[in-house]
Design a binder for this molecule. Structure first.
Ligand code: C5J
Length: 228
C-alpha cells in the first residue's frame, strides 16, 4: 500500500488496484476555436494543467498503473445529444457546428481528440462519453471491474463540471477518488478553489484532494511489477 499527503487525510492506495483517470483533455476544451471558447471561456486557464499532468502520466506509466482517458462528445448525427444540452445558453457556436478544428464536440473530428501533449499510448482505453459524468452511458464501469480497480486518481477538465460529476458518480459506486489539484482545471478560478474544497469537505464527502508531486513521489518508491 502507498500513502499520499492529501485533504482531509492521507490517501492510501494499492497501485495494483488503482487507475489514473484523465478526463476530457481534448482540443475542444483546451485549444482556441473549440467548445470551451465558444462558451466565452479563456482556454489559457486550463492549459496550466498540461505540464504537471504530462509528468504524472510518465510516472504512472513507469509504475505500471492502469491509465484510462475520456472524451466528451457526440455522434455526427447528434442522436446522443439531448436537445436540452444542444440548445442551452447562447454559445457563439453550438455542438455540431463547424469550427476551425472541425465540428464542435463531434466524435472523429480533430477538435474532439486528446491534445498532442497527453496523447494516449497503446493499450490505454479511451472512453467516449456523451455526458459530463464518465460513468453515464459508457463502458467505464466494466473496464474498471475487469481490471479490479477500486481507487481512482482523477485528473482533467473541467473541475466543477466533468471532474466533479465523475467523482460523484465514482463515489456513489464505492471508488476511492484522489483528485490532483494541479492536474484539474476550471475556466473560473473561484470554481477551481471551491470545487476542490467541496470534494474534501465534511471528512472527504466525495473523496480526497492532493498534489501530483506528492503522488509522483509515492509512485517513485514502487512499481506494480516490483510489488507483485
Ligand atoms: C464541460 C467538461 N465543461 N469536460 N465539459 O462542458 O467539463
Amino acid at each position: 500500500m502507498r500513502s499520499v499527503d492529501a485533504r482531509p487525510s492521507p490517501y492510501t492506495f494499492d497501485p495494483a488496484t488503482t487507475a489514473l483517470l484523465v478526463i476530457d483533455m481534448q482540443r475542444d476544451f483546451l485549444e482556441p476555436g473549440g467548445f470551451g471558447e465558444s462558451l466565452g471561456n479563456d482556454v489559457a486557464e486550463l492549459r496550466r494543467t498540461i505540464p504537471p499532468l504530462a509528468a504524472l502520466l510518465t510516472a504512472v506509466r513507469a509504475a505500471g498503473l492502469t491509465v484510462i482517458h475520456t472524451r466528451e462528445g457526440h455522434r455526427p448525427d447528434l442522436s446522443d445529444c439531448p436537445p436540452a444540452k444542444l440548445h442551452r445558453g447562447a454559445p457563439s457556436k453550438r455542438i455540431g457546428d463547424p469550427g476551425p478544428n472541425g465540428r464542435i464536440l463531434i466524435r472523429g473530428e480533430y477538435g474532439h481528440d486528446i491534445i498532442d501533449e497527453l496523447r494516449p499510448v497503446a493499450g490505454e482505453p479511451v472512453v467516449d462519453k456523451p455526458g459530463k459524468g464518465a460513468f453515464y452511458d459508457t463502458e467505464l464501469e466494466s473496464l474498471l471491474a475487469e481490471r479490479g480497480i477500486r481507487s481512482l486518481l482523477v485528473t482533467g477538465v473541467t473541475t466543477e463540471v466533468c471532474v466533479h460529476t465523475t467523482v460523484r458518480e465514482a463515489n456513489d459506486r464505492g471508488y476511492e477518488c484522489l483528485v490532483l489539484a494541479d492536474c484539474v482545471g476550471s475556466y473560473f478560478p473561484e470554481f477551481q478553489r471551491i470545487g476542490l474544497d467541496m470534494i474534501a469537505a465534511q471528512g472527504g464527502i466525495f473523496g480526497w484532494v492532493g498534489d501530483s508531486a506528492d503522488l509522483r513521489h509515492a509512485l517513485h518508491t514502487t512499481s506494480v511489477l516490483q510489488s507483485s
